[in-house]
Design a protein. Structure first.
Length: 278
């Protein structure tokens, strides 16, 4: 299984300037992060800037780095399950821009959040309406990429967010019922909600991408595999059991830890390579 890295670990740095560091650490496959930083600033990568995107493609070619996927932007406002149609339409328009960029960069998996809304609604009707809004949005995105070589991957969320539990995400997937829509399994999120390997088995027919990181089951740490309580040997065996054929994509997030990123990247790839059977 090939190993990849989400550029989210370098979200405080310019994306093009970060690529050399990623390559030197030993990675050949990446997921590009496209989201706004604090105070609404585009720190890492502004997917609206096509001049920059063309330079990015040139640098990727120079370094022989392959874009496997792109993580679409998200925020509390930029949410495809928005009840207000104007806000929902804005979220859709931004994700369409991300799809265009992904196609230009020759990647084929668009990872995005089915919702950023809290899962703790006052009543079931409110929850179901949010899910129906998400489905409506995904149907629109499916139509947009109908003739594009791109698959949509819905990411399982944190437990306090809608689609943080497998039952809700599976309901959405079943209702959409499209070969172009799958799931991006985030191990850090899953480990806070359910047994990670049980989630893999539940999602077995739909997993098209991974966000791999570790935690101790208490907070969304996005640590290097091995710094947490996930059994990676069993996880890899379970992936093989369900015939996952995609990239083992690491999504490590600094999140104020004060990491020496260069050191962490090298430790991460060494840690992953020690997992038997990967």
């Amino acid at each position: 299984m090939e190993i990849g890295l989400s550029t989210g670990i370098l979200y405080k740095s310019d994306l093009i300037e970060s690529l050399q560091l990623i390559k030197e650490a030993g990675f050949d496959n990446i997921e590009v992060w496209a989201r706004i930083g604090k105070e609404g600033k585009w720190i890492h990568y502004d997917y609206h800037n096509w001049d920059y995107t063309r330079k990015l493609k040139e640098k990727l070619k120079e370094l022989t780095l392959r874009v496997v996927s792109l993580h679409a932007p998200f925020s509390e406002e930029l949410d495809i399950s928005q009840v207000e149609e104007e806000k929902r339409a804005f979220a859709i328009s931004e994700i369409k821009k991300a799809i265009d960029v992904l196609e230009f960069l020759e990647g084929n998996i668009l990872v995005f959040h089915p919702s950023t809304a809290s899962s703790h609604f006052d009543n079931l009707t409110q929850k179901m309406y949010r899910l129906s809004q998400a489905k409506k949005s995904i149907d629109e995105l499916l139509k947009y990429c109908q003739d594009k070589p791109i698959r949509l991957a819905l990411e399982n969320q944190l437990p306090h967010i809608l689609c943080g539990y497998s039952v809700d995400l599976l309901k959405l997937i079943w209702e959409i019922n499209s070969q172009k829509v799958g799931i991006c399994l985030d191990t850090s999120h899953a480990n806070l909600a359910e047994n990670v390997n049980d989630v893999v088995k539940k999602f077995k027919d739909w997993i098209v991408s991974l966000h791999v990181s570790d935690n101790f089951g208490t907070s969304d740490d996005h640590n290097i595999p091995g710094i947490g309580n996930i059994n990676w040997q069993i996880f890899v065996q379970t992936l093989k059991l369900v015939k996952y054929e995609g990239v083992f994509m690491l999504e490590l997030l600094e999140q104020g830890k004060g990491w020496d990123v260069q050191k962490v990247l090298k430790e991460a790839i060494q840690s992953v390579k020690q997992i038997h059977g990967l």
